[in-house]
Write a protein that binds this ligand. Sequence first.
Ligand code: 13P
Ligand code: SF4
Length: 303
Amino acid sequence: MNLAEEIRRLSKNKKAVILAHNYQRPEIQDIADYVGDSIELSRKAMIERDAELIVFAAVDFMAESAAILNPNKRVLLPTLEARCPMAQMLNVEEIKKAKAHYPDAPLVLYVNTLAAAKAHCDVCCTSANAVEIIESLDAETVLFGPDRNLAEFVQRKTGKTVIPVPEWGFCPTHLLFQPEDVRVLKMQHPDAVVMVHPECSFEMQNVADFIGSTSQMCRYAMKSQAKTFIVGTEEGLLHRLRKDNPGKKFVLAYDGAVCPNMKLNTLERLYAALKEERHVVTVPEPVAKKARKALERMFEVTS
Ligand code: 13P
Ligand code: SF4
């Protein structure tokens, strides 16, 4: 049996739509209906009105957001254990403490959070729109979580005071990138353009020519006249970059930059999930209702 063909056949029969994040394995990206960054996939999940099933090849918080935004559709996460460690770094206790310290500051949460945390925030954001969201707020001091690097990036861009909650939330994969590695690669590729994700450290952001979400990097590479790119994000993005830009060269800024959680999804697991219609992601309605408000507010600001 050709697994890829079988998945496509099953998906059609079950009126499913397969969404894959830019960090998924190449074979998953290749059979997906859509490949994108976190905000693009959330939007896709909402506009696919005829779909009865959404198979979300990514990690927990992305599938949870799709379930929150689509209460009438079933959302499947192929691997139940595919969890983002950054999302686990922020709990409700921490949020309550921060709000008690800064009662007048709005709370903006990165979508890389669990639904229970989202339910306590004023508005959500992704790395693609964090600056726009913070700028839209009528407040000079803002609480922001859980990624400290993204918080600092937004603070530099907006000039507002952005307080990280918790103090040290981070992505273990993006923390692996070091500016020294980029300097060595620049010696080998002197004309290369450096693109990094805002989850990278301040030092990495300082050596970058472009900082953006995964799909923003794709668009930047397409438009750029440059022929070589050094890329500071999870290695899965290179598949899409190479596919979309056959004449250009993409070099990962650190070979070990792999998100083990994203990589838990395999074609076999995706096939089993679709066939058995598991694992259905659910969020209790009282939590979903509040989290939905924060996600919808993000869409209102960015539409
Ligand atoms: P993007 O929204 O840029 O795709 O990022 C999601 C993510 O998990 C980055 O590590
Ligand atoms: Fe989470 Fe980092 Fe993996 Fe993105 S790359 S899903 S932030 S652990």
